[in-house]
Unconditional design. Structure first.
Lengths: 254, 254
């Protein structure tokens, strides 16, 4: 039984710093919070460096199969470490996975070119997971995967799905060399999604909330597509558009 | 030229109160903020009771066709009235529209059974607008349309599209009496969306983020449908699911 009583404890101070991207990248660690995310991490063998629970937290039976040696802390320290208004009594410090995704000729991938909003990024990863993709690649300018709001919005999907940061140009080339067509969401010069013929593996690229996909990425695409709309709204939210694109690509791949 | 200098001004205090749902419903008024939303309101003839600008705000030329008699306020009052971190210099106090939607035999409608999150509600309204629906009905337990976060997320779509609060049971009956099929999003006992045959008017009902659509609503449905998924995520975000459902229903209606 390990206990921490003081808010001045060096580990507490260190863990708290993991809410900054700089510190996460320096330590290769990130924080997750709440029983649902921690259970998902345990189930999917995410390496947990530290498990921290408050005095009242009852460890679920299903966690007993894992080697747990939790730190027990008073509620005031849990509040200090938590990023939410109502801490749920459990936090884990996880180690980041290796940042490399192997592209295969039968794979289905999603690439994000500068999706900035953490809530959008989290929901997009959850959607990619729901549609059974093989990997998600976060290009430059995309929000940090380990931001606490992103982690919450994924609802644990990042533990089922291979999500990596990477250079989109290289990954696109790699896809094309494996005959995986690169399909890019765009408005101008694009084919309506309803008319696409792709019926197998794909790499779908979606872009920034305001400016869309960058010109370089569009120039390297095998096909530009858009979601046909009928109304007065100027565009769909990037998360909704991604959901519709993945639904249609997967429907045609059946 | 009308000016307000004091933060103690009675109108300023009154406008500020419109950030509470109670006050909005008492006065039948709501606040919108920023040049984009105000321009959308002007373009779509939303009745504006007061336009408030700060000393530096330059009224766009395109607004000159409208009769504007703005209040000019110092920046400190604009900050007081604003709900955002970086006020954009313009706010309008609008009058609410009448709360009644006429159902027609050729209409396409979306009904929300308790969508609670303001960001979800706003994005769903924007999506309904993008797909050219004829109206959105907000059932009991749904977030308030005039909440400032909802208004921001709609990006002005509520001014192009008829959005009303109402009793879902009555609206569903009205749809059925006009031969508009009521299609309800559900997981159990439902048909995969890919297999639906509806190819004309519809009323789609989606539910609460956690508990989905209520039993009463499901029992009254003409058809239950779900979005087929392939992966490990337990469900789609309600906004993404609504986007996919509307895309497919509109695709088949072509």
């Amino acid at each position: 039984m390990k206990r921490i009583e003081s808010e001045q404890n060096a580990s507490v101070k260190q863990w708290k710093k993991l809410y900054t991207r700089k510190e996460r990248e320096k330590k290769n660690q990130f924080i997750i919070e709440g029983p649902h995310l921690v259970e998902e991490a345990l189930t999917h063998s995410v390496p947990i460096a530290h498990l921290i629970i408050d005095e009242d937290f009852v460890i679920p039976h299903t966690w007993n199969a894992h080697e747990l040696d939790p730190w027990i802390v008073p509620k005031k320290i849990m509040r200090l470490l938590s990023d939410t208004e109502h801490p749920q009594g459990v936090i884990a410090i996880c180690r980041m996975a290796e940042d490399n995704l192997e592209i295969t000729p039968h794979g289905k991938y999603l690439m994000l070119d500068g999706v900035q909003d953490p809530g959008n990024l989290g929901s997009i990863i959850r959607t990619a997971d729901a549609f059974g993709l093989d990997g998600v690649i976060l290009g430059q300018g995309t929000a940090d995967l380990y931001n606490s709001k992103v982690l919450r919005s994924t609802q644990g999907s990042l533990f089922h799905l291979h999500v990596v940061k990477g250079d989109l140009a290289s990954y696109m080339k790699e896809c094309q060399s494996q005959n995986v067509p690169v399909i890019v969401s765009a408005l101008e010069g694009a084919l309506p999604l309803t008319e696409t013929k792709e019926a197998g593996p794909f790499a779908l690229v979606v872009g920034n909330e305001g400016s869309g996909v960058s010109e370089d990425v569009k120039a390297a695409a095998d096909r530009l597509v858009y979601v046909p709309m009928h109304g007065a709204a100027e565009s769909l939210n990037v998360t909704v558009a991604t959901g519709i694109l993945l639904y249609e690509l997967q429907r045609k791949a059946k």
